[in-house]
Ligand binder design. Structure first.
Ligand SMILES: [Zn+2]
Ligand SMILES: [Zn+2]
Length: 486
């Protein structure tokens, strides 16, 4: 059993922080600690191991390592070739944060089999957090508060437990008051130099992508190819009201890319059009299939009716032309807009989305059937899927906080927080709202190929594949919801 005396001895010799999650997560115990260094240097690496319940069920282990650059304890655990994470590891969005005193420090995920490995830099030392099994990484969905035990050296403050059974996860023998020498590591400048290799690859996850199965410009197979070329690890195909692109995308899936089957359902809120992303539902579910077919059929009738009104307004467009432009895709207003531009009535397809033509409430606009949000959320959950509210702060698609709270009670699983239409302040507010309602925070580019959903005046920023992404820990949560019924 690890003892308080042994721990105090390590704390006195430590040149790097001796991190402890404090307050300890519920049910967690300290199962060991160790240090590495020599008589002259003191401990240049310290490891603390803990054991406790996995938030997703079963037992879990955690190891927290603080070390000077070049020591290589954490990198060895993560299976990296060099002693350090490598340059460029911090180039992407962080995947988790720890709270240290009044600061937060970002951490990035390192790919590793069977465990979740995070690394960041705190006060010029590496901070590694390793969790077994990998699902225990969900402990970092919330910022993890850490204390450096060296700040508690006064006898009255010293940490004295709780301690649990010794861990087998410690990379070095338990310190017990002595610091073992570093194995084969010189303390010179060469050992302190970074490896210079970008060995840290956080998985990039884009959960909102369209193909030509709806209003995107690229065929599903082309979307898959481009996503892999853009360095993405996971994409969700979320065409409007159809899954027709999923099979061809899957057939063309390049190695290293995972495909999440999804759909963006057209819904309504008080007569306004709003969108619901849904993932991993049973495609054979009869109720959801029937509702999706009803939405699609109505899109066709509506597109026909709008074509008729455009003709009445003097535009030289025909239904044959509109349906030829749509091809196999679910016909939508972008196809009408292209026909209208081809007729010469407008200069650019984006000019069609005004009160003059087919903008909401415009002269040639025709409303259509769409289910209410709460009813769609219920259908998706009943089909074993994960409903996520799409871009609730996009102009025209706003969903008020109070409605989001009601939807959460009705089974909504997440909010699309990271979307090109959302500004910094809106992201912060939505992240807070998602946290308070227990909802997942997802992100996606809403990529449509060369078509920009906001029209030609819209900014393409963020709409490239992977332009917005979902934090891996949130993606894990989404996978955990799939197949569960509320
Ligand atoms: Zn949308
Ligand atoms: Zn979309």
């Amino acid at each position: 059993m690890p003892t308080a005396e042994g721990l105090h001895a390590l704390v006195r010799q430590a040149r790097v922080p001796v991190w402890l999650p404090w307050p300890l997560p519920a049910g967690w115990l300290v199962s060991g600690f160790s240090g590495a260094g020599d008589e002259r240097t003191g401990a240049r690496a310290c490891a603390m191991s803990l054991s406790g319940p996995n938030p997703l069920g079963g037992p879990a282990d955690m190891l927290i390592v603080a070390e000077e650059p070049g020591v290589g304890l954490g990198a060895g655990l993560a299976g990296l070739p060099g002693p350090d994470p490598g340059d460029g590891f911090a180039a992407s969005q962080p995947n988790a944060v720890v709270k240290v005193a009044n600061h937060v420090a970002p951490l990035w995920l390192v790919e590793s089999d069977g465990k979740a490995v995070f690394v960041g830099e705190v006060a010029a030392n590496w901070l590694w957090l390793v969790l077994w099994p990998d699902t225990a990484g969900t402990l970092l969905v919330e910022p993890l508060p850490l204390r450096d035990l060296r700040d508690l050296r006064e006898p009255a403050q010293e940490f004295d437990g709780p301690f649990g059974a010794p861990s087998t996860r410690l990379p070095l023998p338990s310190a017990g008051g002595t610091v073992p020498p570093l194995s084969g590591q010189a303390a010179g400048p060469a050992a302190l130099a970074r490896t210079g290799r970008a060995t840290m690859a956080a998985v990039l996850i884009d959960l909102h992508v369209h193909s030509s199965a709806s209003d995107g410009t690229d065929a599903p197979a082309e979307v898959a190819r481009r996503a892999a070329a853009a360095g993405l690890g996971v994409i969700a195909l979320t065409d409007h009201d159809t899954q027709a692109g999923v099979a061809p995308a899957r057939a063309a899936l390049p190695p290293g890319l995972a495909l999440v089957p999804g759909m963006e359902l057209s819904c309504q809120l008080d007569g306004r059009s709003v969108h619901l992303l849904c993932y991993l539902f049973d495609p054979a579910d009869p109720a959801l299939r029937a509702e999706t077919a009803r939405i699609r059929d109505d899109r066709v009738y509506r597109a026909m009716a709008m074509t008729q009104r455009l003709r009445e307004l003097g535009a030289d467009v025909s239904w044959e032309q509109v349906s030829a432009i749509a091809g196999d895709a679910v016909v939508g207003r972008p196809h009408l807009a292209r026909a209208l531009a081809a007729s010469g009535a407008i200069a650019d397809p984006g000019d069609a989305f005004t009160a003059e033509w087919i903008g909401d409430g415009g002269r040639a606009f025709v409303d259509r059937y769409a289910p209410g949000l709460a009813s769609a959320v219920g259908l998706v959950r009943a089909a074993g899927g994960v409903p996520v509210l799409a871009h609730p702060r996009s102009p025209g698609y706003e969903v008020p906080d109070a409605v989001i709270a009601e939807l959460a009670a009705a089974g909504l699983a997440g909010i699309e927080v990271f979307h090109p239409d959302h500004g910094r302040a809106e992201r912060d507010r939505l992240t807070g709202l998602a946290g308070s309602l227990g909802l997942i925070s997802t992100g996606g580019s809403d990529h449509h190929g060369t078509f920009l959903p906001g029209g030609p005046g819209a900014s393409p920023a963020g709409h490239g594949l992977g332009g917005e992404t979902t934090p891996p820990a949130e993606y894990e949560r989404l996978l955990a919801v799939a197949g569960t019924r509320p």
